[in-house]
Write a protein that binds this ligand. Structure first.
Ligand code: ZN
Length: 245
């Protein structure tokens, strides 16, 4: 090997090394989460449930279930398929819970998990956000609960008429009916599975919610619902409210 070839090889090695380190530091957590969701078997479990909900009735939890002393009640009935910090799309981290009702569009009610003030932005067809002025687990802090997929595949809203688009800071109580589970993906004609997505979102410190699509802007829902719902720390594929779960 002559000097030139050696130099070229060293440069290639350096580029590969720097590239690997950059990709690793930028996307390492996301790649690991995607790998973990696959190896945990969660994708298979969710597909099994979506195809045959009648075979897995024992995986479902009742709406309005309160686990122990937890502050929140479950906002809807169904199987909690995808958890917080799962990843089922490459390089995307799931920032909340996906609760699959196992019934048709518009058949599974969605309720307020806690007392708060509801906002539905003027262009929201399928989404709601609940402002909770006092985080029950961190007093003095405001948090938000974001819920989505409350529309059919074409974007026809399944949100209760009490909350039309443009609703701002409307008071609701824990257990109030908000709407129904749907399958709107945000892209008309390309439905997702029928479910409710719910995530707990941080406040920006000025009274506005942060972007709920970024994991660092959201909170682990486990302590709010009183059982293990963080894919990074639970090995259960069928979460439930009982000892050890
Ligand atoms: Zn989701």
């Amino acid at each position: 090997m002559n000097g030139k070839t050696k130099k070229a090889l060293l440069i290639i090695l350096a580029v590969v090394l720097i590239g690997t380190l950059t990709v690793g530091s930028l996307f390492g957590k996301r790649i690991a989460a995607y790998f973990r969701t696959w190896t945990s078997g969660r994708n298979k479990t969710v597909m099994d449930y979506i195809r045959h909900p009648e075979k897995h009735k024992d995986w479902k939890l009742e709406a309005l279930t309160r686990c122990g002393e937890a502050p929140f009640v479950l906002p809807t009935h169904g199987f909690i398929g995808y958890l917080y910090d799962d990843s089922f799309t490459p390089l995307k981290i799931h920032t909340g819970l996906d609760i699959f009702g196992g019934k048709g569009v518009g058949q599974t009610p969605v309720y307020a998990p806690y007392d708060g003030f509801l906002t539905r932005e003027s262009d929201w067809k399928s989404s709601l956000i609940l402002r909770i002025p006092e985080d029950p687990l961190n007093p003095g802090q405001q948090i938000w609960v974001y819920m989505t997929h409350l529309a059919d595949q074409d974007g026809n809203s399944l949100i209760d008429k009490v909350y039309p688009a443009g609703t701002l800071d409307f008071p609701v109580q824990q257990g109030d009916l908000l709407g129904y589970q749907g399958n709107f993906s945000g892209n008309p004609g390309f439905p997702t599975g029928i479910h409710l997505h719910v995530s707990i979102v941080k406040d920006d410190g000025k009274g506005k919610y942060l972007n709920e699509l970024r994991i660092e802007n959201t909170l682990d829902p486990s302590p709010y619902f009183g059982f293990a719902l963080n894919a990074g720390t639970t090995t259960k594929n069928v979460p439930g409210c009982s000892a050890g779960q």
